[in-house]
Design a protein around this ligand. Structure first.
Ligand code: GRF
Length: 289
């Protein structure tokens, strides 16, 4: 049950404790304040007393909870929570917004296409964060151009600490897109985002994937093997390099005299055409569940 709550509220263990604590403190304060107000109104009738008490408590409760959420660092959680409740009560059925973080360390041409694609769909998808491991990566300029927050991450903290996962949760990130991010994704991140991390690989997996298979090296290997076809693979991320369940593949021909550079260009065209749409399809499918 606690695992369900953590998934539903998108919080980790510490976050869950703080949220429950905020609920408890806010609820107690609300009950106390409502009783005090009732004492002042001096309504005698039994039935009427209860109705007025419940009305006061209903309106007071969000304020009390918000009040405690500030010192406990849970304000943004409760703000979103209360907006959702209000939406449900007032009957405004809002399509859920998926908040995405793109992990990229290169030029960011895929990141750019994804950002542009979802700009027209801001009601349902928000690209809120670019996570990068290189301080000078081109993708950081792209983030700046589009006013997207960035997070530079060091290898040690990525592999052995979980504080950056808290940062992702704090920003309400619920889906992660890898677009040219070269580090292996640690088990802790996969556990926090089960089936919520996708990657694109510039070849037809399971061939030409794995450790060291990135950039031009992939295309060189494809050409050296005399392949007549290469392509792209979009897949869920698991704990092995380029290994999780395949979601989508598209192929292109490897022609006579092909070079790694010319093949890379063909592959980029395929990536730009398909990656944003495939992400959208995955989100639609997951949101329908
Ligand atoms: C792409 O070819 C992708 O398949 C691979 O990394 C490359 C990133 O390119 N995972 P870009 O930075 O998006 O241009």
């Amino acid at each position: 049950m606690l695992e369900n709550l953590k998934r539903r509220w998108k919080v980790n263990n510490g976050g869950l404790i703080l949220v429950i604590f905020t609920f408890a403190l806010g609820g107690s304060l609300c009950g106390y304040a409502a009783r005090k107000i009732m004492a002042l109104t001096a309504i005698e009738q039994e039935g009427l007393w209860l109705i007025v008490y419940l009305l006061i408590a209903t309106f007071l409760w969000p304020l009390c909870v918000l009040l405690f959420s500030i010192p406990l660092g849970q304000f943004s959680f409760f703000k979103t929570y209360l907006v959702k409740i209000w939406g449900a009560i007032s009957g405004q059925k809002k399509t859920p917004t998926t908040v995405i973080a793109i992990f990229a360390s290169g030029a960011g041409s895929n990141a750019q296409k994804i950002i542009e694609y979802f700009q027209a769909k801001k009601d349902t998808v928000k690209i809120a964060l670019i996570v990068c491991n290189k301080e000078r990566a081109g993708v950081l300029e792209l983030a700046q151009t589009h006013g997207i927050e960035t997070m530079i991450i060091g290898k040690d903290s990525f592999l052995s600490e979980e504080t950056y996962i808290d940062e992702l949760k704090k920003r309400s990130i619920d889906f992660i897109v890898l677009a040219g991010f070269l580090w292996k994704i640690p088990a802790s991140l996969i556990k926090s985002y089960p089936n919520k991390i996708v990657n694109i690989h510039p070849a037809l997996l399971p061939k030409y994937g794995g450790k060291g298979m990135y950039g031009l090296k992939v295309h060189e290997a494809v050409i050296a093997a005399g392949e007549k076809e290469s392509g792209i693979t979009i897949h869920y991320v698991d704990e092995l390099y380029d290994h999780g369940n395949i979601i989508f593949q598209a192929a292109c021909s490897v022609t006579e005299g092909e070079t790694a550079n010319s093949l890379a260009q063909k592959i980029h065209v395929l990536e730009h055409e398909h990656y944003p749409k495939v992400i959208e399809n995955v989100l639609n499918m997951q949101n329908r569940r």
